[in-house]
Design a protein around this ligand. Structure first.
Ligand SMILES: Cc1cc2nc3c(=O)[nH]c(=O)nc-3n(C[C@H](O)[C@H](O)[C@H](O)COP(=O)(O)OP(=O)(O)OC[C@H]3O[C@@H](n4cnc5c(N)ncnc54)[C@H](O)[C@@H]3O)c2cc1C
Length: 517
C-alpha cells in the first residue's frame, strides 16, 4: 500500500531527487522508495535559519501499482431528452465552467459577454492605465471576467477538495502550469491566464458553444413564470429555456433589471477599504528575516486580520511582487484592485485592507435592496473627486493615516494612473475609517516592520464582493421568482474568487444536468 507523509526540505536540498529526499527524511532505504508523488508543497519560513518547503508526499514501494487519480463521475445529457437552449450571461469563471461542464455533457450554450475577447481587451486595459475608462471593457468586464488580468491566485476557502482539484486540473488541461495542482498557494499570473482562456474558448467552440462579445444582457423575457428568451441591449432576442446569470459583482445594471423584474434579491454583507502597498523588500524582510536576500525565495506573502470597533479588518487578495490596478467600471468613480505577473517580480507588495460590512451598514431598510451599491458608489465617487480625475487615486502614507495627518509627499507606487496626496478619511464614512485605523494599528503592533515610512494606502477598494444576493432555491439552484433562471458565481453572491466561482458554475451545470427528464 502506498503511504502519505510530510517531509521538510531545506532550500539547499531542493535540487536533489525527490526519492533521495524522502529516503533521507524518513530514514528508509532508497530501494524502498520506488516512486514518489508530491501532493502538496508549501513554503515554510517560520524559522529564518531553516527556510524550506514542506512537502506532502505519497510513496510507492517497488511492485506497487501506479498512483491512481480519482476522477469524479461526469453527468451527460440523456439522448432521448431534447437538449435545452442555454444562454449564459458572463464569460467569467462561473459562466465559463457552467459552459464547460454542460458542453462536456453534450449541451452547448450561448455565452453573452458585454466586454471584448482577451486580446482586444488588452488595449482597453492599457488605456485605463492612462486614465481613460471604457465602461464595457476593463478590469472587470471582458472575456474571462474579473479574474483574467488578475494575480490569478487560485486558492480558496472552499472545503470541497475534489471540486477544487477538478478546476485546477481543467486549468492545467488548458495550459496553466502543472505545479498549480500541488502548490498550497497556487497562482497563474495575468500574463498566462489569457492564453488559458483562449484555449478554453477554442475547446468550447469546438463543442458547439457560441460566444457573443460586446453583447450586453438587457433582460429575460418570460412567460407563465418561465424563462422564454434573453434580450440584449442591442435588441437581439435569443430563445432560451435556461438562463445562467453569471454577471459578476460589478454588473449594477443587471441588479437593477432583477429588482424591476421582481426577481428575488436581498442585501448581503461585503467589505470596503484601501490597497495597502509596501516595497516588496520590506515584506520579504518581515517574513524571511536574514534570508530575505536569498533569490531562491519567492516574493513574500502575508495575511493579517484584527477586530476593531466590533468589525473584522483584514487583508485580502494580497499580490506579492504585484501592481495596484484601476478596476472601475463607471465614469467618475475610482476603484483599485491588485494583480501580478507569473514571476511576481515588481518591486511592490500590495493587499486590500478592508473593513467588513453588514447589510444594515448600507442604510435603513427604506433605502432599498440596492443600498449597498449606492454605498460603494458614494465611496468610489469621493475617491474620484479626491484624486482630481483621470482615475488618479487619493493616497496617504500609512504612518500619516495612523497619526491622523495629511501626507505632504508620497513614495513611488505601482498604480499607473497616478496618486494624489490626500486624507483617506475624506473618502469613507467615519465608521469605516475609524475601524480601518484601529485595525491597522493593531496589525502594526503585531508585525514588526509593517509600519514602514514608504507604506501607502490607496483608495478605494470597494468591489470585494457583491453587496447583493440574487436568491436561489437550495435544491434546484433556480431563482424562486422565475423557473429556468440560475443565478451563479460572485455577482449572485455564491462565490468569492476565481476557483470558487468556477466551482459554483460547475454546481449550476450539475443541477441542470440532474434535472434532465
Ligand atoms: C483586478 C482583479 C484581481 C483579482 N485577483 C484575483 C485573484 O488573484 N484570485 C481570485 O481568486 N480572485 C481574484 N479576483 C476576483 C475574481 O476575479 C472574481 O472573484 C471572479 O472572477 C468572479 O467570477 P464570476 O464568474 O462570478 O464573475 P466575473 O469574473 O466578474 O465575470 C462576470 C462576467 O460577466 C460579464 N457581464 C457583466 N454584466 C453583463 C451583461 N449585462 N451582459 C453580458 N455580460 C455581462 C462581465 O463582463 C464579466 O466578464 C480579482 C478581481 C479583479 C478585478
Amino acid at each position: 500500500m502506498s503511504r502519505t507523509t510530510e517531509i521538510f526540505v531545506p532550500l539547499d536540498a531542493l535540487h536533489e531527487p525527490i526519492e533521495r529526499l524522502v529516503s533521507r527524511a524518513l530514514g528508509i532505504h532508497l530501494r524502498d522508495v520506488h516512486a514518489v508523488r508530491i501532493l502538496r508543497r508549501s513554503l515554510d519560513a517560520r524559522k529564518a535559519h531553516a527556510i524550506g518547503y514542506r512537502l506532502r508526499v505519497e510513496i510507492l514501494k517497488e511492485g506497487e501499482a501506479e498512483f491512481l487519480r480519482a476522477e469524479s463521475p461526469r453527468l451527460s445529457w440523456p439522448k432521448t431528452v431534447p437538449r435545452p437552449r442555454v444562454v449564459i450571461v458572463g464569460s467569467g469563471p462561473a459562466g465559463s465552467w457552467a459552459a464547460l461542464r454542460l458542453a462536456e455533457a453534450g449541451v452547448p450554450s450561448t455565452i453573452l459577454e458585454r466586454g471584448k475577447p482577451v486580446q482586444p481587451r488588452r488595449h482597453d486595459l492599457a488605456s485605463v492605465q492612462r486614465g481613460r475608462l471604457d465602461p464595457e471593457s476593463n478590469y472587470c468586464f471582458g472575456e474571462g471576467g474579473a479574474g483574467t488580468y488578475s494575480d490569478g491566485k487560485l486558492y480558496t476557502r472552499t472545503k470541497d477538495r475534489s471540486a477544487v482539484d477538478g478546476v485546477l486540473a481543467d486549468l492545467v488541461r488548458f495550459g496553466a502550469p502543472p505545479e498549480i495542482t500541488i502548490e498550497s498557494r497556487p497562482h497563474v499570473g495575468s500574463n498566462r491566464l489569457p492564453k488559458v482562456l483562449s484555449a478554453l474558448r477554442a475547446f468550447l467552440e469546438d463543442r458547439g458553444v457560441t460566444y457573443k462579445f460586446s453583447s450586453a444582457f438587457a433582460e429575460v423575457v418570460s412567460h407563465a413564470g418561465k424563462v422564454q428568451a434573453v434580450r440584449t441591449r442591442g435588441g437581439e432576442e435569443l430563445a432560451a429555456d435556461i438562463v445562467i446569470l453569471a454577471c459578476g459583482h460589478s454588473a449594477r445594471d443587471v441588479y437593477l433589471w432583477a429588482l424591476n423584474a421582481g426577481i428575488a434579491i436581498e442585501r448581503k454583507g461585503s467589505a470596503v477599504g484601501v490597497r495597502l502597498e509596501h516595497p516588496q523588500p520590506v515584506i520579504n524582510h518581515i517574513q524571511y528575516g536574514k534570508a530575505a536576500a536569498d533569490e531562491r525565495l519567492p516574493a513574500a506573502f502575508y495575511e493579517v486580520s484584527a477586530m476593531a470597533s466590533g468589525r473584522g479588518v483584514y487583508s485580502f487578495c494580497m499580490c506579492p511582487g504585484g501592481f495596484i490596478v484601476p478596476a472601475a467600471t463607471e465614469a467618475e468613480g475610482v476603484v483599485v484592485n491588485g494583480m501580478s505577473l507569473s514571476r511576481r517580480d515588481s518591486p511592490f507588495a500590495n493587499a486590500a485592507m478592508v473593513v467588513s460590512l453588514q447589510p444594515e451598514d448600507f442604510g435603513s431598510p427604506s433605502s432599498g435592496v440596492l443600498a449597498g451599491i449606492e454605498f460603494q458608489r458614494r465611496i468610489e465617487q469621493a475617491a474620484f473627486t479626491a484624486g482630481g480625475g483621470a482615475l488618479r487615486a487619493p493616497a496617504q502614507r500609512l504612518v500619516d493615516f495612523l497619526a491622523c495627518k495629511a501626507s505632504t509627499s508620497l513614495p513611488a507606487t505601482s498604480y499607473h494612473p497616478g496618486v494624489v496626496a490626500g486624507q483617506i478619511d475624506e473618502v469613507f464614512p467615519s465608521f469605516v475609517s475609524k475601524a480601518l485605523r484601529e485595525g491597522l494599528l493593531a496589525i502594526a503592533h503585531r508585525m514588526r516592520g509593517f509600519l514602514h515610512e514608504d507604506a501607502i494606502l490607496v483608495a478605494a477598494e470597494t468591489r470585494t464582493s457583491a453587496p447583493v444576493r440574487i436568491v436561489r432555491d437550495h435544491a434546484s439552484l433556480q431563482s424562486p421568482s422565475l423557473a429556468g433562471l440560475y443565478p451563479a458565481g460572485e455577482g449572485a453572491g455564491y462565490a468569492g474568487g476565481i476557483v470558487s466561482a468556477a466551482i459554483d458554475g460547475t454546481r449550476i451545470a450539475q443541477a441542470i444536468l440532474a434535472g434532465a427528464k
